[in-house]
Structures are given as C-alpha cells and as structure tokens.
Design a protein around this ligand. Structure first.
Ligand code: IMP
Ligand code: MG
Length: 176
C-alpha cells in the first residue's frame, strides 16, 4: 500500500508483468514497422517511463519527438485539452507512432489525432500501455494496447495523481 496526497493505492500490475507487456508490444510494433523509421512521439508527462522501456524493445532505430497534451486534474478528466508541446511540423509525410500512458475517455487522444492530421503525416499508429474500455467515448482505433483495465484510477510507472506517484516502479490502483 502507498499513500499519495489524500488517497491510498494498492499494487495492481507488478513490474514483472509490466515488463512482459512492454516486451510483447515491442515485438508487435517491431514486426509492423519492418523497413520503416517512424517518428516516435511519446506524450508527456505520463508516458515517459513506459516510452523509455518500450523504445528499447524495438529492433529499429528512429527519431523521437516528445509532445505534451494535458487534460487531467486530480483523478478526473477536465474534458478540455491543453497543448504543452505540439507535434513537430516535420510530422508531414512521416509515419508517426504516438506513445501514450493511458487512453481513458479518449478525449485527449482524439484531440491529438486531429492536430496531427492537419500536418498530413503518411500514417498514424497509436500505442497505449493502458486502455479503459468502459470509459472510452470515441471511435478512433488504438493500434497497440498493453492492457485493458476497469474504470478505476491508477498511478505509478509514469502515471500521476496531481504530479506524485510517477516514480513508483509498479502500477497501483486506488483502494477505496
Ligand atoms: P482521456 O482524455 O480521458 O482519455 O485521458 C487521458 C489522459 O488522462 C492520460 O494521458 C492520462 O494522463 C490521464 N489519465 C487518465 N486516466 C488516468 C488514471 O487512471 N491515472 C492517471 N492518469 C490518468
Ligand atoms: Mg497523459
């Protein structure tokens, strides 16, 4: 059990299982990207730990450009997306791979996809460590999913509760 701010959390996906998930995703993406050098766009801040592990499972080399879009405050989506770091203009004509920590309502990713499409990339693939199918409200395709989880707030392995909890090596779920 850990306490972050006012809430208690318990281990939900231990680091050993995270390692297996990341290794499987690395193989899937490497197989699909044969002969390609996608521009890898990890979404800050939440995906920095996952992306750092995932890219080291790839069997190809490729450029990395961080983007930052935020929508969460506390344990709730605010529904509005703020742009911290936009997609780089050199996405035009490139195969782009977005790496996200979690797709929850889908509002953030849909916003990002709309921004990216304006730059006319050659192709777009979305990879997320976690996906909450019961809270997803959109209809875009998530190409690579680490694990589908129930609609409970999680933290650790890069994911935060108001900026804390990111450094925990396991993934935790809120304990109510
Ligand atoms: P969405 O726009 O509702 O899909 O939310 C996506 C963003 O909200 C993710 O990039 C996360 O930063 C954050 N988020 C969603 N669910 C959680 C959670 O359970 N824990 C921590 N952050 C979350
Ligand atoms: Mg995020």
């Amino acid at each position: 059990m850990v306490q972050v701010h006012d809430k208690k959390f318990k281990v939900y996906i231990p680091k050993e299982e995270l390692r297996e998930i990341v290794s499987r995703l690395g193989k899937e993406i490497s197989a699909d990207m044969k002969g390609k050098q996608p521009l890898i766009c990890p979404v800050l801040t939440g995906s920095f730990v996952f992306a750092a592990d995932l890219v080291r499972e790839f069997d190809f080399d490729a450029p990395v450009s961080f983007i930052k879009y935020t929508s969460y405050s506390g344990t709730q989506s605010t529904g509005t997306v703020k742009v911290g770091l936009p997609f780089p203009t050199d996405c035009t004509g490139k195969d782009v791979l977005i790496i996200e920590d979690i797709v929850d309502t889908g509002i953030s990713m849909e916003f990002m996809l709309n921004e990216l499409r304006k730059l006319n990339p050659a192709s777009i693939k979305v990879c997320t460590l976690l996906f909450k199918p019961s809270s997803f409200q959109k209809d875009f395709k998530v190409d690579y999913i680490g694990k589908a989880i129930p609609n409970d707030f999680v933290l650790g392995y890069g994911l935060d509760y108001d900026d804390y909890g990111r450094l925990l090596p396991d993934l935790y779920v809120i304990d109510e």
